[in-house]
Design a protein around this ligand. Structure first.
Ligand code: NAD
Ligand code: UDX
Length: 476
């Protein structure tokens, strides 16, 4: 066991200025004005954007974030590419870099790609001085702390010492600031009780100690992966029930209400939709599946694999429904995509169901008019270019996909001119109050609206000549 003396924390660095590093450090700086917080990244553009004078240009959109950055930036919150200098005089270094799914080699398609975490550990080993607490903030496979400890421990400079702490982040995008300011719990895993308490001290500035859970390193790492797996499993479960509702005449919203009223089940994460997106659920499930296989737990791996498979099936099933309702062909048909972000109140599109569904429709020959209040045309293009090598998109539509077959539209009503159908894929507030009377006059007949988020007002739309399909709602 590592032993360290409790020292006053005056400076924290965080490597990785992304969706987690940026907002998390902004909240820590806001709550701990006596601590200097520096967020570091190799991506110069990202750091430039964090330092932008135009607060609407911050690289991450989160309600409440820009106000916090405005309060703290330049006082005790800094964004910088000067990584080594800042590591050198930091008491704590958070590692908040990306850990995507490995795309080649051993574990390809399942295991986490830990190259960025390893690089950070090496950099901390080299640049640090004195005693440094290294905190895993990224989501990591269980036992990664062992690798980090080994790298840090191989430093030949005896004046350096380290303790490794696991402190996974549970924020959800779109509500990141609220989640950070008032989390359900803070999880701190480690071996050195002094370092655990030093990290806990930071959170105690605004979070009740009763919410701080202390565990060993491996429980902490594994809890993060399994928390995401449980949440994703609930979404696949409810989406499977939505499909049964559509066949039987049951209504998914009524079923969700009925089952969620059982306090043992609870009413959160049982909203049916196009399928879970985001950078975490699929990646973390795949990683868990990889670990299960690695430890010889084939049945356990298959159980979690079914959660991922159901999600892909659900995304594909929605595009098939659109094709079937539009007479089996989408050739030259104009379809409006309402929402490209993976959920409302974020500009993040990673693993958004809109990507798979849009690509499926493009393959059928549709012309897409894509609207999203926070996602740029360049970002949509980048997502379409990230073509999965194993999929049939590669050969058929890779060149065509960005060649006039889709267009980003800023004025929603313009998107509907001569459109055959619209699909609500993100639950942006503004989509729940659209003027369907006006829209019905703009669309080509017969016109369809496919609501995968249950936000369209059925009473209003039923007064128009638009046909409405709603997820999880079958024929009466
Ligand atoms: P991100 O891709 O938005 O940000 C990661 C940043 O790390 C990038 O800006 C990248 O340039 C930087 N980086 C990579 N290697 C670096 C290096 N060697 N030196 C300096 N900078 C480096 O990722 P994210 O969404 O913030 O996720 C980070 C981690 O947090 C992941 O492990 C993820 O699973 C986990 N997580 C994410 C969320 C979420 O909602 N996005 C929630 C909880 C946990
Ligand atoms: C998730 C976890 O919630 C969070 O704790 C973790 O730190 C990171 O991963 P995030 O992916 O940002 O957060 O958003 P989340 O709210 O979990 O939504 C993920 C996906 O599930 C979205 O596509 C969302 O639309 C979908 N979802 C969520 C549903 O379809 N139904 C629901 O009931 C809830």
């Amino acid at each position: 066991m590592i032993k360290s003396l409790k020292k006053r924390i005056t400076k924290i660095s965080c490597i990785g200025a992304g969706y987690v590093g940026g907002p998390t450090m902004a909240v820590i700086a806001d709550q701990c004005p006596h601590i200097k917080v520096v967020v570091l990244d190799i991506n110069e553009q990202r750091i430039k954007a964090w330092n932008s004078d135009n607060y609407d240009k911050l690289p991450v959109f989160e309600p409440g974030l820009k106000e916090i950055v405005l309060r703290s930036r330049g006082k005790n919150l800094f964004f910088s590419t000067e990584i080594n200098n800042n590591i050198a005089d930091s008491d704590i270094v958070f590692l908040s870099v990306n850990t995507p799914t490995k795309l080649s080699g051993v574990g390809s398609g399942h295991a986490s790609d830990l190259r960025w975490i390893e690089k950070c550990a090496r950099q901390v080993a080299l640049a640090s001085s004195g005693h440094t607490i290294v905190v895993e903030k990224s989501t990591l496979p269980v036992r990664t702390a062992q690798t980090i400890k080994t790298i840090l421990g191989s430093s030949s400079n005896k004046k350096k010492s380290f303790s490794v702490i696991s402190n996974p982040e549970f924020l959800a995008e779109g509500s990141a600031i609220k989640d950070l300011q008032n989390p359900d719990r803070v999880l701190i895993g480690g071996e050195d009780p002094v370092s655990i308490e030093q990290v806990a001290d930071i959170y105690r500035h605004w979070i009740d100690d009763k919410k701080i859970i202390r565990t060993n390193l491996w429980s902490s790492e594994l809890s993060k992966l399994t928390a995401n797996a449980f949440l994703a499993q609930r979404i696949s479960s409810i989406n499977s029930v939505a499909a049964i509702c559509e066949e039987t005449g049951a209504n998914i919203n009524e079923v969700s209400l009925a089952i969620g009223s059982d306090t043992r089940i609870g009413n959160k994460f049982i909203k049916s939709g196009p399928g879970f997106g985001g950078s975490c659920f699929k990646k973390d499930l795949l990683n868990l599946i990889y670990l299960c296989k690695y430890f010889g737990l084939k049945e356990v791996a298959n159980y979690w694999l079914s959660v991922v498979s159901l999600n892909s099936w659900n995304q594909n099933r929605i595009s098939e429904i659109v094709v079937n309702k539009l007479f089996g062909t989408l050739a030259e048909k104009k379809i409006v995509i309402l929402g490209f972000a993976f959920k409302a109140n974020t500009n993040d599109t990673r693993e958004s169901s809109a990507i798979t569904i849009s690509k499926n429709l493009l393959i059928e020959g549709a012309k897409l008019k894509i609207h999203d209040p926070k996602v740029s045309s360049d970002q949509i293009k980048a997502e379409f270019n990230l073509i999965d090598n194993k999929s049939n998109y590669q050969n058929i539509y890779k060149e065509d996909i960005n060649n006039g077959s889709w267009e980003k539209i800023d004025n929603i009503y313009d998107a509907f001119i001569d459109a055959d159908a619209a699909i609500v894929l993100t639950e942006w507030e503004e989509y729940s109050s659209l003027d369907w009377e006006k829209i019905s006059k703009l669309m080509r007949k017969p016109s369809w609206v496919f609501d995968t988020r249950s936000i369209v007002n059925n009473n209003i739309i039923s007064k128009t000549d638009i046909n409405l399909w709603r997820i999880g709602i079958g024929p009466n």
